[in-house]
Design a protein around this ligand. Structure first.
Ligand code: BG6
Length: 484
């Protein structure tokens, strides 16, 4: 199957940091369909050879399991081409059309790795040039808008020129191996389903912690904040994967219908809930990994008076039969103590105690997304103390490390998702109604903050966020894993 992948924003950060390395990995793994072209598109004036050189030099800066040998890169580079294109100039799209017509590939992927404000223009121009045929697939990177209205505007503009089946909205968290394994664990095994409900689970915690600050994206991030950057998309998608009902099959719409129901069942915010159940924080100077780092307001591009949140912790519930009354906690932030993403599923206590057990010790299922990728099952067993009195329990855990089990050359998130786009598999992409529902749910929080004159709560870089996040969960009698 031949393909042309047109990468708008072909010289931008996302292209060389994530997309090119992912395409290279697929090429190296032999999974990239043969006979493809990757066409970088941007305003720069580059020849194919210069574009290949640019990508080659950037490869030194990215995280690749194994550096490409010069011969290996050379073979990959043969797929790379470049086209100078001004996104607002119809004549440039005609040149793109001509380039594509040279080959008549089975599939043409238009990947918009540009600012979302340009999505509508690009779609209109593509349609005007007749580049919206049935073999075209469009990939949209987040953020898709900054609120419900702007998200809808983009979705409407895109749907005018392409059908929903041709639109691939990326949430790269869905491409992470651990997230796909979460689906496999829940819906490929009979073991968990009977206990995956309110009768057995006391609370679920989702943590996506980053050590990095805002890097070079200060100006963008200051207009965005953690709620829009991480919660509206990645964290809510994780929550859906955890809470959804089993889909009737593995088809994209069967899965997306179930995720949508979860989003629709999220408890609506009341003013009291907003005050008590959502904590926003912002980092001040501190130490990360032994290095002194500046506070958020000192970062380049950030307003020195900024009240943008770099941390969010919140508590929500899902109002349906399976989950009523079970708190779901989400926590994410920049410049936290560690780079770590995991989900903790905490089970209820044994209903009747006949052993001595450490206070509060219960079963936990931990799904590790990164840096390790695997599952831990925490249980209680008769440990050392047992020698003395025969009935004292100690916590132990089973540890399934997928990297060790399946080898570290596993398929990365962008690699998986790019291959899926080329193959036309929509399972791991987000439908417009899911996205809109997620915006609908976060909007009251944004609105509340807009009207709140108080600054976000501060936390020193290198810590786990403001103490209010611990107080929030402690009110329910629970704790974050590093505090328990
Ligand atoms: C992106 C956010 O969507 O996800 C970034 O815009 C964030 O701010 C990144 O750093 C985190 O992704 P990962 O895969 O490194 O956890």
């Amino acid at each position: 199957m031949s393909f042309d992948l047109v990468l708008f924003g072909g010289t931008g950060d996302l292209a060389w940091r994530k997309l090119m390395p992912a395409l290279f990995q697929a090429f190296r793994h032999g999974t990239l369909p043969a006979g493809g072209r990757i066409i970088g598109v941007a305003r720069d004036d580059l020849s194919d050879a210069q574009y290949r050189d640019l990508i080659r030099s950037r490869f030194d800066e990215v995280d690749l399991n194994k550096r490409p040998t010069p011969e290996e890169f050379e073979r990959f580079a043969q797929l790379l081409h470049f086209l100078r294109l001004d996104l607002s100039k119809p004549a440039d799209y005609e040149r793109l059309k001509k380039l594509l017509e040279e080959r008549q590939a089975d599939t043409v992927v238009m990947y918009l790795a540009t600012a979302p404000t340009l999505f509508t223009t690009v779609c209109e121009q593509l349609a005007a040039a007749g580049l919206n045929g049935a073999n075209v697939r469009l990939v949209l990177e987040k953020p898709l808008g900054h609120d419900l209205a702007s998200n809808r505007e983009i979705n409407e503009a895109v749907r005018k020129v392409l059908s929903e089946k041709q639109i691939f909205r990326i949430d790269h968290y869905l491409g992470k191996p651990a997230v796909q394994n979460l689906f496999a664990m829940r819906f490929g095994n009979a073991l968990f389903e009977p206990v995956w409900r309110r009768e057995h689970i006391s609370n679920i915690q989702i943590t996506i912690a980053e050590e990095l600050g805002v890097e070079k994206r200060g100006a963008f991030y200051d207009q965005t904040g953690a709620l829009r950057d991480m919660v509206q998309n990645h964290a809510l998608q994780l929550l859906c994967a955890l809470a959804m009902e089993p889909p009737i099959n593995a088809h994209a719409d069967a899965i997306r219908d179930e995720k949508l129901k979860v989003l629709r069942s999220l408890k609506r915010w009341t003013p009291e809930a907003l005050d008590q159940h959502v904590v926003r924080g912002q980092y001040t100077a501190g130490t990360v990994d032994g290095k002194a780092v500046p506070g958020y307001r000192e970062e380049p591009g950030v307003d020195p008076q900024s009240s943008t949140e770099t941390f969010v912790a919140l508590r929500t519930e899902i109002a349906n039969w399976r989950w009523a009354g079970v708190p779901f906690y989400i926590r994410t932030g920049k410049r936290l103590a560690e780079r770590e993403a995991h989900i903790e599923v905490n089970f209820r206590e044994a209903p009747h105690a006949i052993f001595n057990a450490p206070a509060g010790a219960t079963n936990r299922l931990v799904i590790n997304l990164q840096p390790r990728d695997g599952v831990e099952l925490h249980m209680l067993a008769l440990g050392q103390e047992n020698r003395r009195n025969g009935h004292t329990l100690a916590p132990v855990h089973l540890d399934l490390d997928f990297d060790k089990r399946f080898g570290s050359e596993r398929v990365g998130a962008y690699e998986r998702l790019l291959l899926d786009v080329i193959a036309g598999r929509l399972n791991l992409f987000v439908r417009s109604d899911e996205q809109e529902e997620a915006w609908r749910w976060v909007e009251p929080i944004l609105e509340h903050w807009r009207n709140d004159a108080r600054d976000p709560r501060s936390y020193a870089a290198g810590t786990w966020g403001p103490p209010a996040a611990s107080a929030m969960i402690a009110r329910d009698g629970f704790c974050w894993p590093e505090e328990c």
